[in-house]
Design a protein around this ligand. Structure first.
Ligand code: GLA
Length: 734
């Protein structure tokens, strides 16, 4: 590699981009609002020199150097902010990589070798090569710079240039360092479980280690590969560092804080039960670790990650088109899927203004409950004697697209697929095959399994004229064995990565063959919602829990990772208990209108009044969906902070000429007036016309300046009754 492409910076005012220091081996990465710097010490170690608010000069930073060793127990390498510290030498802090060489040495000594600056995915990219001092082993670190969104996207390529195999025991994507400071920091994470996903958790950052992880084979619902660390930030002010891993399998994020307040975040594919063997001249590329800095509080994370996901991650052309309003039959009919029943629902859905009709589980042979059928992806002749064609044609005639549920990674022992290929599931010959939801996981790392799934799904998409697939994944991987692979001399611990690569390959192949196909990622709800899966899916089923009270919490957390166009949200009839009947349809619609609106209720049971009102709200949604799906989303009032009693969300057009505010008030035992709500991110000098979007039209038009809206605020038209909600639509006046 050469430095010939490097832009060298001689004057002091640095523009966004990658700048090499004029005389030292150091680089300054500059975005609109942040800077990140790294440099090489005299010994060849690559250190992070800075990360934070934007610097104005490329020469302000000191040269990279190790500190004096504090004591024999506190080595200078452990204290150093190495950008990719490898297991070896006197290192006892963050570790990015671990390798074992054929001679038994389990120690890496990586030193700077060369630099190159290129463009990747339209973004300037810094590549820094590190080489081991004694073995033919190289690591190339990549830094892609998304200047507009203050993001740095890092990955690493680990290369064995030798003849002897090298076994990787850890291959993380990156280590990030936050400087030592006296002020306390706070960590925000997203935790959850089935029907209770993406719940915001906050804790002080004190000396010690915090481990976030998934070991179930998918990115998971228990924890999300995402973090934010702030210093006294509010929703709209203060410094926040944040990051997320683009990986849909086992992952690890470790947040280490030392006794003097320095914090590092190391992350990547989990090293739990992980190994990757690099034979001669092979390399391993880690997933992306996207991280950023915001000085405008917690909503600054949403704005930056949403813009990045929309413009650099989601598949095109779908990411540039409005996401359709969908109907999904799951909660209406469960497994009782029939041609007549689905047509009746489709007719009502079309009347409401639905644009995509999705038949969920239960359409394939033997699928009358969750005991049988997974893997046999053909239409059940008993439920659909004439195939799916009459239903699909009716749906198309009604002006809707057709979508279908599948769960490709799974099989039931009671299926033709499993009877023909019992060796296709993960298993150890000496162990029972643990079932969960009566199903086993297919070994998607196998090329014959990949070929089977590509062929059968491709055929299904062609024959049934499918526009949309809901791709589900309803259980974790267990007994991760692959006897043939091990017998052929491979390391069985590779399966965790090979599974994810297999899923990606199948999705990528289907998308390449069907450029207009959309895919929804579902794993019993929002269990697989990371930027890795978002490269090949268009939306995520956020949670099986559609109760609006739960949903506000779940969606607040999910909105840290998912833009509105990705976050699937349905109106349903659940919970079908007493409470449901007390929640107005308008409130339930408004909660679901915060994302990609869907209907999941049993429309045959909806009254005429409910159908008319539903159609009205869908019409309102279509008028504002460009703001919800593609605007900058700010949670102005956090349900987490108000114990679910109040919430307000604002979505502002990229040019701030238009905005929408959705506000919610769950219960009001003290008959309080709603406080004035101060809006954000508007044009101060502009005048906005504000209307309340109601089911029978727009009411309460008034005008205010951006300054007034952001400082004096707006009185929310919320009555003092429980479950009141409103939608305000703001448009700049010429
Ligand atoms: C999972 C999904 C549901 C539904 C069922 C079908 O639970 O999260 O939305 O698709 O599977 O079996």
């Amino acid at each position: 590699m050469s430095a010939s492409n490097t832009q060298s910076q001689t004057n002091d005012a640095v523009m966004p981009g990658i700048h090499q220091h004029p005389t030292q081996l150091s680089w300054l990465l500059v975005t609109e609002a942040s800077s990140y710097a790294l440099g090489v010490t005299d010994e060849g170690y690559l250190l992070q020199l800075y990360w934070g608010a934007r610097l104005s000069s490329s020469t302000d930073l000191a040269n990279a150097q190790l500190q004096f060793e504090r004591s024999a127990q506190d080595s200078s390498l452990t204290a150093a902010a190495e950008v990719y510290p490898a297991q070896g030498g006197l290192r006892y802090g963050a570790i990015a990589a671990q390798a074992s060489f054929a001679d038994g040495t389990r120690d890496l000594d990586l030193r700077y070798a060369s630099v190159e600056i290129t463009e990747q995915e339209g973004l300037p990219t810094l590549h820094l090569s590190l080489r081991d001092a004694a073995y033919p082993f190289e690591v190339i670190l990549s830094y892609r710079l998304d200047s507009a969104n203050d993001l740095i996207i890092r990955s690493a390529q680990l290369i064995n240039h030798g003849e002897e195999p090298v076994v990787l025991g850890r291959a993380f994507s990156a280590v990030w360092h936050l400087p030592q400071q006296f002020e306390p920091r706070r960590l925000t994470t997203l935790a959850g479980q089935w029907a209770n996903e993406t719940r915001i958790q906050q804790q002080p950052v004190v000396a010690g280690n915090i481990q976030l992880e998934s070991r179930s084979g998918i990115s998971g619902a228990k924890a999300y590969p995402w973090f934010a660390i702030d210093t006294r930030a509010t929703e709209h002010t203060g410094e926040v560092y944040f990051g997320t891993l683009a990986w849909s399998g086992n992952w690890s994020l470790q947040i280490r804080t030392n006794i003097t307040g320095g914090t590092s975040i190391e992350g990547g594919i989990h090293d739990h039960d992980f190994a990757w063997v690099l034979t001669a001249n092979q390399s391993f590329i880690t997933p992306d670790f996207v991280a950023g800095f915001a000085a405008d509080g917690m909503n600054g994370i949403r704005h930056r990650l949403h813009r990045y996901v929309r413009s650099h991650v989601l598949p095109q052309p779908q990411a540039s088109q409005p996401r359709p309003v969908l109907y999904n039959s799951w909660e209406a009919t469960f497994f009782d899927v029939t041609e007549a029943g689905q047509i009746a629902l489709a007719e009502r859905a079309a009347r409401l203004g639905v644009e995509l009709f999705v038949v969920d589980d239960g359409w394939f042979p033997a699928r009358n409950d969750d005991h049988a059928g997974l893997g046999d992806w053909r239409v059940d002749p008993q439920k659909f004697p004439q195939g799916l064609r009459p239903l699909v044609e009716r749906i198309h005639k009604l002006g809707m697209q057709f979508g279908l549920w599948v769960e490709p990674e799974m099989t039931n022992p009671d299926s033709d697929l499993y009877r023909a290929h019992p060796d296709w599931v993960y298993h150890y010959p000496t162990r029972p095959r643990n079932e969960a939801r009566n199903q086993l996981v297919l070994n998607v790392g196998r090329s014959d399994v990949q070929d089977y799934l590509i062929t059968i799904l491709d055929q299904l998409i062609n024959e049934q004229d499918i526009s949309f697939i809901k791709w589900d994944m309803n259980r974790p991987i267990s007994e991760p064995g692959w006897p043939e692979y091990i017998n052929a001399g491979h390391d069985g611990r590779e399966i965790w990565v090979r599974h994810v690569q297999g899923v990606y390959k199948i999705m990528d192949t289907l998308r390449a063959r069907h450029p207009n196909l959309s895919i929804e990622s579902c794993a019993s709800g929002g269990g697989r919602a990371d930027p890795g899966i978002l490269r090949r899916t268009d939306q995520v089923w956020t949670s099986d829990n559609t109760h609006p009270d739960a949903r506000l919490f779940i969606q607040e957390g999910a909105s840290y990772i998912l833009p509105g166009r990705v976050m699937g949200a349905w109106i349903t009839d659940t919970p079908s208990d007493r409470v449901r009947n007390e929640i107005p349809l308008a409130y339930r619609f408004h909660v679901s209108m915060l994302g990609m609106l869907g209907i999941g209720g049993h429309l045959i049971h909806w009254s005429e009044e409910e159908l008319v009102e539903g159609a009205q709200w869908i019409a309102v949604y279509k008028r504002i969906r460009h703001l919800i799906q593609d605007g900058d989303q700010s949670w102005l009032v956090s349900p987490t902070e108000t114990a679910g009693n109040w919430a307000a969300v604002e979505c502002v057009a990229p040019d701030a000429s238009e905005a929408v505010v959705l506000a919610f008030h769950r219960s009001n035992p003290f008959w309080e007036n709603a406080p004035r709500l101060r809006l954000q991110n508007l044009k101060p000098a502009a005048r906005y016309r504000i209307v309340e979007a109601g089911k029978t039209g727009e009411t309460a038009a008034f005008e205010l300046s951006g300054t007034a809206l952001m400082n004096y605020g707006v009185q929310l038209p919320l009555p003092k009754t429980s479950y009141s909600s409103c939608i305000l639509h703001l448009q700049e006046q010429a």
